[in-house]
Write a protein that binds this ligand. Structure first.
Ligand SMILES: Cc1cc2nc3c(=O)[nH]c(=O)nc-3n(C[C@H](O)[C@H](O)[C@H](O)COP(=O)(O)OP(=O)(O)OC[C@H]3O[C@@H](n4cnc5c(N)ncnc54)[C@H](O)[C@@H]3O)c2cc1C
Length: 411
């Protein structure tokens, strides 16, 4: 059934005109294919400055932050415009991977939980890519169980003082601001004593140390806070509500990891797997064919999960456990893509011609895949959430439930 104007807010002629505008922008500013599989945690070869330039051009064309209000730097358009945009960019390489956390997680948090002063101060620069933001949850002793975090925030007049360490912070080395969760009330049980803050990362009390990954990249970091300060009115949400906001942000993250991304088959990766199988004479190999058909089906499923979630987000709802379904499905899909890629690439996944600039793409893609099952909550954690919140299975036992965080033994 075709959508009516009432349902979409857009006439077929307006929709066509908008699609033409998007296409003209893509033709002028982007290229058709990417050099390698960019995954969260990897360095984007084109880097943050290319992403900032690209995003500024997008904003100048009126195509950045499509559904965000014009008062806060968005384009003030409809969900339908976003769908048309998403459809048009399929098959194009947008050099904006360094903005994926800034836009996929931090921007929706500002929009949903920021005060009007915070929105007025931060959103337009975020949308335009003038500032880039990162997510700072994980600590050496708090990953899957992030609610047990130990980073301390102490009130000092009109400011909070932050002390402690974060780890695995993607992009902190080029980011301007972070969204941090810190412990403000250690005498409360662990979920109730944390608060969320916006923090300026370009201050003397913040030290960012890059971590080297197995793929050779350095996409994430350790970040040390020593008497770092943040103004009291940069607190996001109420004091002690940080856990609820963190759950909302994790859902945005899971959606952005699990429901986004282009097709591995023939769209924005070079070479698309179907094209690669043909070029290597493997299109008739029954194992490769079976693998490609399986990917095609799983990519369609990811698309449907994504549609459902985007519809919820466009209506102003924070995605629920469907975010975990998207994330788990995305991680399983990524592993299948890796396996089919390696079956097609054969020995070129391990050795390539010296002159082939993108020759490492198979190896990098393979090495980066494991991270997708960890970032944003591991596969096991997603299965726990789906078990409890979708299937209604009993919760994991917690012997320290209700105990003050400061009284819970930790190593
Ligand atoms: C590429 C990448 C990018 C990242 N970017 C960021 C970022 O930008 N910001 C940020 O804050 N963090 C980031 N992270 C960190 C990520 O969120 C954590 O690594 C993740 O939550 C797991 O925590 P952990 O590494 O401490 O593992 P642990 O929590 O120590 O888990 C170790 C193992 O135990 C299993 N396990 C733990 N608890 C349970 C349970 N209850 N039931 C069953 N199994 C369990 C886990 O599944 C895992 O296999 C990133 C991670 C990666 C890989």
């Amino acid at each position: 059934m075709t959508d009516t104007i009432e349902e979409t807010g857009l006439s077929p002629a307006d929709e066509q005109a908008f699609a033409d505008r998007v296409r003209a922008f893509l033709e002028a500013n982007c290229r058709r294919t990417g050099d390698r599989q960019g995954t969260i945690g990897d360095e984007d070869p084109e880097g943050p400055s290319a992403a900032r330039d690209f995003q500024a051009a997008l904003a100048d064309a009126g195509l950045a932050g499509l559904t965000y209000p014009t008062d806060f730097g968005g384009a003030g358009l409809t969900k339908r415009h976003q769908e048309v945009f998403n459809r048009e960019v399929e098959g194009w390489h947008l050099p904006n991977t360094p903005l994926s956390i800034s836009h996929g997680m931090c921007l929706p948090m500002l929009n949903q939980f920021g005060t009007s002063e915070q929105k007025a101060r931060f959103m337009a620069d975020n949308i335009r890519g003038t500032t880039i933001w990162c997510q700072m949850f994980s600590e050496p002793g708090a990953g899957s169980d992030v609610a047990s975090l130990a980073m301390k925030a102490t009130r000092d007049g009109d400011e909070w003082i932050l002390e402690g360490q974060k780890v695995w912070t993607s992009g902190a080395h080029y980011c301007d601001y972070g969204i941090v969760v810190a412990r403000t009330d250690p005498e409360q049980p662990k979920h109730q004593g944390v608060t969320m803050f916006i923090v300026d990362l370009r201050q003397p009390g913040v030290e960012v140390r890059p971590l080297r990954q197995i793929s050779g990249g350095s996409g994430f970091n350790e970040v040390f806070f020593t008497e770092a300060r943040t103004p009291a009115d940069w607190q996001l949400g109420d004091r002690g509500q940080g856990w609820n906001l963190a759950v909302a942000m994790l859902m945005f993250e899971r959606v952005s990891i699990g429901a986004g991304g282009g097709s591995a088959l023939n769209a924005d990766r070079t070479p698309g797997l179907i094209e690669a199988a043909r070029a290597r004479g493997q299109a008739g190999d029954p194992v490769v064919r079976q693998g490609l058909a399986d990917l095609w089906i799983r990519e369609r499923i990811r698309g449907y999960i994504g549609q459902r979630i985007r519809a919820a987000v466009a209506e102003g709802r924070v995605p629920g456990p469907e975010g975990s379904i998207a994330k788990l499905n995305g991680a399983i899909l990524a592993r299948r893509v890796r396996d089919v890629s390696l079956a097609i690439a054969g020995s070129s996944a391990q050795a390539w011609d010296a002159g082939d600039d993108a020759g490492d793409r198979w190896a990098v893609g393979c090495l980066s895949t494991a991270g997708i099952s960890i970032a944003g909550g591991t596969d096991e954690v997603q299965r726990n959430i789906i078990g409890e919140r979708v299937l209604g299975l009993p919760k994991e036992p917690d012997p320290w439930k209700g105990t003050a965080w400061e009284d819970v033994p930790r190593s």
